[in-house]
Ligand binder design. Structure first.
Ligand code: MN
Length: 228
């Protein structure tokens, strides 16, 4: 068998203290999962049903580094997020079984063309081009779950040019990670290699060419990116 066009190599995340690589299957993102961010986006912080959007796996930038400012926007925003990587998938996963599906955790940034998102919301159109553009998902190295005790109460921060922009705690998530996994698995069959971006705390804002972003979650490797 030969391929009609060259198949893409998988996008792979580094794993802390390992030479293994984590191949990314799909990328699911949960929207408005922190009350203070839901309010800043004009939403309702009550526990509305979770909703999800996707980025293509090719949008992931392993390890961050230089990120080209994307076309078609004057308002690209940072959203620092905890990223859960799945070792096991399935359908109809029970909440009690969901943590056992997680390979590990990393810090990521859900880069967003906010102007395109606002236009899409207004027109009732999809968010794909606001959220799933090239290089829209820098993600740091994964730490295996066994080394992440207390991750559900870890501080999460994003600095731009040395100034704190976002500061929160993973314990502020409206839908906890096992709940998000269970919910998603009732909509689709999850697969090993899937990533879940778990939402962002308040303080999202624009970045420009020349800006440096440092994203941190206590206990995980830092993610650093420069917009070029
Ligand atoms: Mn987000």
């Amino acid at each position: 068998m030969t391929y009609a066009v060259p198949p893409l190599d998988p996008v792979c995340l580094a794993i802390a203290d390992s030479d293994d690589q984590f191949p990314v299957a799909r990328v699911f993102c949960i929207g408005r999962n922190y009350a203070d961010h839901a309010i800043e986006m004009g939403g309702n912080p009550d526990r509305e049903e979770p909703f999800f959007f996707s980025k293509p796996a090719t949008a992931i930038v392993p390890g961050g580094g230089a990120i080209a400012y994307p076309p078609a926007t004057d308002d690209m925003h940072h959203e620092v997020e905890m990223v859960a990587a799945l070792a096991k998938g399935g359908r109809d996963i029970a909440e009690d079984d969901a943590l056992a599906c997680i390979f590990g955790y990393a810090v990521g940034i859900d880069l967003t063309r906010r102007d395109l998102q606002a236009a899409a919301k207004k027109a009732g159109r999809p968010w794909d081009m606001a959220k799933g553009f090239d290089a829209s998902g820098p993600v740091g190295a994964l730490t295996p779950a066994a080394g992440c005790a207390g991750i559900d109460q870890a501080a999460i921060t994003l600095m731009v040019n040395g100034t704190a922009r976002q500061s929160g705690n993973l314990n502020q998530m409206i839908w906890k990670t096992p709940e998000a996994i269970a919910y998603l698995s009732r909509l689709i069959e999850l697969k090993p290699g899937d990533l879940i971006f778990t939402g962002t705390p308040a303080g999202v804002g624009a970045v420009q060419r020349g800006d440096t972003m440092i994203a941190e979650i206590a206990g995980l490797p830092t993610l650093s990116c420069e917009i070029v």
